[in-house]
Design a binder for this molecule. Sequence first.
Ligand SMILES: C[S@@+](CC[C@H](N)C(=O)[O-])C[C@H]1O[C@@H](n2cnc3c(N)ncnc32)[C@H](O)[C@@H]1O
Length: 252
Amino acid sequence: MLERASIMKRIDRQRIRLDDQIARLMETEAGRAEYWQQLDVACHENPLMKLFEESLKLDGDVIECGVYRGNTTRLLGRRMRDLAPTKNLFACDSFEGFPQDRILDSDLGPFRFRFKIRRKFKHALDVPYRLTQFFDVYGIRGNIVKGFFSDTLPKLTPREYCFIFIDCDLYESHLDCLNVLYDQLVPGGVIVFDDYAQAKWPGASLAVDEFFAGQPTKPERVAGESKGVWFVRKPISDKKIVTTYEPLRIYG
Ligand SMILES: C[S@@+](CC[C@H](N)C(=O)[O-])C[C@H]1O[C@@H](n2cnc3c(N)ncnc32)[C@H](O)[C@@H]1O
């Protein structure tokens, strides 16, 4: 444990401490109410939530690709519980970091080194358990999908999504998501790219621009987002797909 802590970055340790505080809050009814309120405030402060709330009016579920410690997952779940409690939320990640052999030269921003990027986001094996607890406590229809996207996404039962959140940094990870999920986005539905146009992650823009090349759809910036988060709205004229729904929980 000590050895693991010593190689863990300070930011990871801080996030784990924060998650431990949340777990303690969730032990009592008063704490659960307090945390629910804190999430509500965080949703109000997040410019992405307006776009998300609009999307929830459409048919279809919600999927997040790139969860890490679940900060965004909890916000999405909070809003879904209020506005669309029958929708499913899919939280997809390896929870062990990047696929190590799929970090390309084109993923390396200025002064960024492959050996450092390889170490990122590795400390999240506890997150599926924590998120499952969060979903259960607050009655959110959440599903953990653990594994690399190239393995997990093609195996998920095809369904409709009204909102797809992609935050997975790498060129190939973006294409793994887009190639499977874009067809399942309902017309008018939204796909958000957290890493588009970020100098740190040049592979994200390459993948998105390549995927939408020759299509009328181009990424737009989310209003009010200081970091610059981008989205694509699927044209209404795109065909609708037929899907099956069944209750689903995937752990590992
Ligand atoms: C920037 S973090 C996600 C942050 C999270 N959305 C949040 O709001 O805190 C990127 C995550 O993408 C995951 N990831 C990247 N490529 C992946 C792939 N091909 N398969 C599974 N997970 C992947 C990493 O494990 C990492 O946890």
